[in-house]
Design a protein around this ligand. Structure first.
Ligand code: SF4
Length: 504
């Protein structure tokens, strides 16, 4: 009796893991990643950004209309019912979205399936603006499953976003999407071999012992990276900043050059990277290139403005003249000194045009707040300069003023990215979020963690996109915290500027 129960429970425990297209592509990236995603899901460092998911869903839904009316197989049905529903729909509908199939435990849902007289076409929709190899693997797997299910797959296509598309007031999905036939890139023998290997991997309780490899970083940063380097010394070669490429770090790692002690004795670092390692190992005092900093400070003139924008990216543009993924500015903070050693002033703008164009109001206010020919300090000028140029091309009546602001921008970041001021705690980063606490370690007023609700740029973006759905009280509270966050960004620049001013 007891033996039988044990046997039954053992049988119950043996669950054969199946493949899906997302598992298949994880396997393509790295066998260990595929295995970890099933057996150690809690070890991930970061889950996928909400906005990335939202963009993907919006683009997927939009693409469904590419070929006119369609039958949608509802994802909420569950996989078995989706497959049944698909079987019933083939022959009745010429376009089926989320058409689902299973061949011997290999599941696939096709974003868009077109049923023609002599066979079917598969369309895989991506929200990106180019095709990467992984997309070919993805559609190859789907093609394999459908062929095994007995369908005559005539063509396989990748549908992706045309980043040259400009919204003219009416969305044209035929121009918004690019459709590329990829039949000749599909290798079904390769899929066959991969499926056997991936099935074996996911049905084993032994973690694959994969070395760190280029898939840890390319085409995406792997969410298991921290897990996979947990046995390495801290800090290690992967913590070196100053643009040491991942390929180069990987090569050093494979050559056994891993700890900072290993690195200091190898010849593979440039001066800045070496300085980062040396400052850490020998606990060196701050390095300050006085000559460069004094010259930089003497190039500034008053009134002096400190500007920072917040923005979001809109994958499906809804503002006339904008393109997919264009950054849409909705907020700025502006600190300023009218004269040297004078009083510090602050102005700010946060749009309430949540459903329309937030940039027009922002530009009008910005042109009132920053007079012509003013010196404007920013941190990382490429962002603000590009936004100003884009907005100048949208609002021709404000164009000359916006371009004048742009032409008078001076970037504070090179002082730190060029290592003319380096403190050990910057740890190889020149992001203001690292520079600030390194220069003012004990100043709690500059600590982003002390802010409420919004602590970083991505949270500001999410907050703005949320505002339209909030009740008045919640909206006001969130707006207040968004303003505080952005204000700290420019106040941080003021504090850094003041510190540099003291260097004689
Ligand atoms: S970090 Fe690298 S080795 Fe580890 S699971 Fe990810 S891709 Fe594989």
């Amino acid at each position: 009796m007891f033996k039988n129960n044990l046997l039954n429970s053992k049988i119950y425990m043996v669950i054969i893991m199946n493949l899906s297209k997302s598992r298949y592509t994880l396997g393509i990236r790295c066998l260990k990643l595929l295995w970890l995603s099933l057996y150690k899901p809690d070890e991930v460092t970061d889950s996928l950004n909400e906005n990335v998911l939202k963009n993907g869903n919006e683009v997927g839904e939009l693409a469904r209309g590419l070929f006119g009316d369609y039958k949608l197989i509802d994802f909420d049905l569950g996989f078995e019912s989706m497959i049944e529903e698909t079987k019933k729909s083939i022959g009745l509908y010429s376009v089926i979205c989320e058409a689902s199939f299973n061949y011997e435990g290999n599941f696939a849902s096709v974003d868009i399936l077109r049923c023609l007289d002599d066979g079917v076409e598969i369309y895989e929709v991506k929200s990106s603006t180019n095709i990467i190899d992984l997309y070919i693997d993805d559609i190859s797997y789907q093609t394999w499953v459908l062929k095994k299910c007995g369908l005559n797959v005539i063509n396989s296509y990748i549908v992706y976003v045309n980043n040259n598309y400009v919204f003219d007031g009416k969305l044209d999905i035929d121009k918004y999407f690019v459709i590329k036939r990829v039949n000749e890139l599909i290798d079904l023998d390769k899929v066959d071999k991969n499926i056997k290997l991936f099935k074996k991997t996911i049905n084993s309780d032994v973690e694959p012992s994969c070395n760190l490899n280029i898939s840890c970083h390319d085409p995406y940063d792997c969410n298991y990276f921290d897990y996979c380097i947990k046995e390495l010394p801290k800090p290690c070669v992967f913590d070196v900043g100053w643009r040491l490429s991942f390929n180069k770090k990987l090569k050093l790692y494979n050559d056994g050059i891993i700890s900072y002690n290993d690195l200091i004795n190898c010849g593979g670092l440039n001066d800045k990277q070496r300085r980062q390692v040396e400052f850490y190992l020998y606990d060196k005092k701050p390095y300050i290139n006085k000559e460069v900093i004094i010259n930089f400070m003497s190039s500034l003139k008053y009134p002096l403005y400190f500007l920072d924008f917040e923005s979001y990216q809109c994958v499906i543009p809804n503002i006339k003249g904008t393109s997919p993924y264009q950054q849409i500015c909705f907020q700025y903070s502006l600190h300023y000194y009218l004269e040297e050693d004078g009083k510090l002033y602050h102005k700010e703008y946060l749009s309430d045009n949540y459903l329309g164009d937030p940039m027009r109001g922002l530009c009008e206010q910005l042109c009132k707040d920053i007079p012509f020919n003013s010196c404007v300090l920013v941190y990382n000028d490429s962002f603000e300069k590009t936004r100003l140029k884009e907005m100048a091309s949208l609002y021709l009546d404000l164009s000359s003023h916006l371009l004048n602001i742009r032409d008078n921008i001076i970037d504070l970041m090179p002082i730190f990215s060029n290592h003319d001021y380096y403190v050990k705690d910057m740890g190889g980063s020149f992001s203001i979020k690292y520079v600030l606490p390194s220069l003012f370690p004990d100043d709690e007023s500059l600590n982003y963690h002390n802010l409420e609700q919004v602590h970083k740029g991505t949270e500001a973006t999410e907050a703005y996109l949320l505002l339209k759905d909030l009740c008045k009280d919640e909206e006001l509270k969130l707006r207040k915290n968004m303003l505080k966050y952005c204000e700290l960004d420019t106040y941080a620049m003021v504090k850094i500027f003041d510190k540099l001013k003291d260097i004689k």
